[in-house]
Design a protein around this ligand. Structure first.
Ligand code: PT1
Length: 279
């Protein structure tokens, strides 16, 4: 593996000389009370606009939950959730990522205006690599061990940060073979995806090691259950402080992109952090 000495300096047209925030726009039943499809779409567009206004550089739209224990949805269901939200938010000029593992959803999302593909299965799904390569848009490759329904059962690594880095290196290689250049790839270790609390903490303590892959590095730690394990906070919506702490710890190691629910809080914390570093 060739090992660049410098962290990546741009991704998807965004310069990475400052930290970038990716706001999470879930279009899934569990993220909003059951008011039906149209209300769900309308609510997602409203939340996305608010995140854009609060300083999100990217809006990450997802129609299938991949959190631990979540059930898969059909492609048609996923499409009916995400396409109108992409159209609604794209017309505001926001840069949109589509959080999906399905080739058909990747194609339709990019046709509707998405500018990034974010895949928690790192383009290992049927036809996904080919679909992503053909769209021509940048991709985010995430590491997951196992499948959402069972991944927390007994996750095992020799050394989690090293194993995950090696996996991501192999996926970058596969992308390059398919014609997706390294500058169009971001990598994400996948906090909470087939990891124990110890694994998550080891990854967070060693985020700097992912820069040697020569790609932008993404962290998605926002409101995840590892924060509950540490703090005892059962209410996910009350985990912004722990989420911000994880983001700052990662920023200290040069992580460039933060996938978060609490955009304003994260932006404020990162701005203070950057101001101190610049002094
Ligand atoms: C992530 C991510 C994602 N996370 C990227 N995409 C989710 N690139 C969805 C918990 O432990 O980190 N990076 N798309 C959401 N997944 C989870 C996983 C949510 C674990 C919650 C937990 O609570």
């Amino acid at each position: 593996m060739t090992e660049p000495a410098q962290p990546a300096s741009s991704f998807a047209g965004l310069s990475l000389d400052k930290p970038r925030i990716m706001g999470i726009v879930n279009v899934t039943p569990d993220s909003f009370s059951d008011g039906g499809e149209a209300l769900r779409v309308e609510d997602a567009v409203t939340r996305g606009r608010a995140m854009h206004d609060a300083g999100a550089d990217i809006l990450d739209i997802g129609g299938e939950s991949t959190r631990p224990g979540a059930d898969p949805v059909s492609v048609d269901e996923e499409l009916s959730r995400i396409v109108p939200v992409i159209e609604g938010l794209g017309s505001d000029g926001a840069l949109i990522s589509i959080d999906t593992r399905r080739a058909a959803v990747m194609r339709e999302a990019v046709a509707a205006g998405a500018g990034i593909i974010n895949d928690v299965t790192a383009l290992t799904g049927e036809g996904a690599m080919d679909a992503a390569a053909h769209t021509g848009v940048p991709v985010m490759l995430m590491h997951m061990q196992g499948e959402p329904q069972t991944m927390q059962a007994n996750p095992t690594y020799d050394d989690a940060p090293t194993d995950i880095r090696n996996y991501l290196a192999a996926r970058i290689e596969a992308c390059e073979q398919a014609g997706i250049k390294r500058e169009r790839i971001a990598v994400d270790p996948g906090i909470g995806f087939g990891k124990t609390l110890d694994h998550n903490l080891q990854i967070l303590a060693r985020m700097d090691e992912f820069h040697m892959l020569g790609c932008a590095v993404v962290l998605g730690a926002s409101r995840k259950s590892f924060i509950a394990r540490i703090s005892g906070e059962a209410d996910a919506q009350a985990r912004a402080p722990g989420s911000v702490a994880a983001a700052l710890a990662a920023r200290a190691q040069g992580v460039q992109i933060f996938r978060v629910h609490d955009v304003a809080e994260t932006r404020q914390a990162l701005d203070v952090w950057e101001a101190i570093q610049a002094t």
